[in-house]
Design a protein. Structure first.
Length: 189
């Protein structure tokens, strides 16, 4: 499937077109034509860090770096202004740059099965975010700025130890969001 777009910026694809867009699965192919990279899937490529070259792909809308060894989402991630889908599951992720909040087109983020202990307050600035899959991390609290995520439909926080009080806080923070939580840890922090 080929999508026509200008050299500067591709039009945002709807979810169906994005799902069916051609996948580029190696950096050499992507770097050969950076303006044409819409969907980049580098799962299980033995990456040891976030490849900075990815930030050159100004039309990138779908990025999957799952099952690599990536400890942080770097500063400058906001260069990917067209990004709608971001997956970094099972990477050992420990840090999310506050620049994540500048991804104004991001609709779906998958950060599950990682080592995150906190989210930056700017996480709440992703105004189009609809799905946040963050189960099985080491989060002990969530920033109050998540209440700004008015389009958030699903937040998965299963397998994270939260107290009854934290459960109530999260539900109050996001009253129109389906939040998946594991049973309370009955813990006092």
């Amino acid at each position: 499937m080929f999508f026509a777009f200008s050299q500067s910026e591709a039009q945002l694809l709807d979810s169906v077109a994005l799902a069916h867009a051609d996948e580029i699965t190696n950096m050499d192919s992507a770097l050969a034509n950076p303006d044409k990279v819409i969907k980049l899937v580098l799962r299980k490529k033995h990456l040891k860090k976030f490849p900075e070259e990815i930030l050159k792909f100004k039309n990138l809308q779908y990025l999957d770096l799952s099952k690599n060894s990536i400890k942080e989402i770097p500063d400058g991630i906001d260069a990917l202004s067209q990004l709608q889908f971001l997956s970094l599951s099972k990477t050992g992720l420990e840090h999310v740059s506050r620049d994540i909040g500048k991804l104004k087109n991001l609709r779906w983020i998958n950060l599950n099965q990682n080592e995150l202990v906190l989210l930056p307050p700017q996480f709440g600035d992703m105004e189009k975010l609809e799905i946040a899959d963050m189960w099985s991390n080491n989060l002990s609290e969530l920033p109050s700025t998540l209440q700004k995520l008015k389009n958030l439909k699903v937040l998965d926080l299963r397998n994270i130890l939260f107290s009854d009080e934290q459960h109530r806080y999260i539900q109050e923070l996001l009253p129109n969001t389906t939040v998946y939580l594991s049973p309370s840890c009955k813990c006092k922090w």
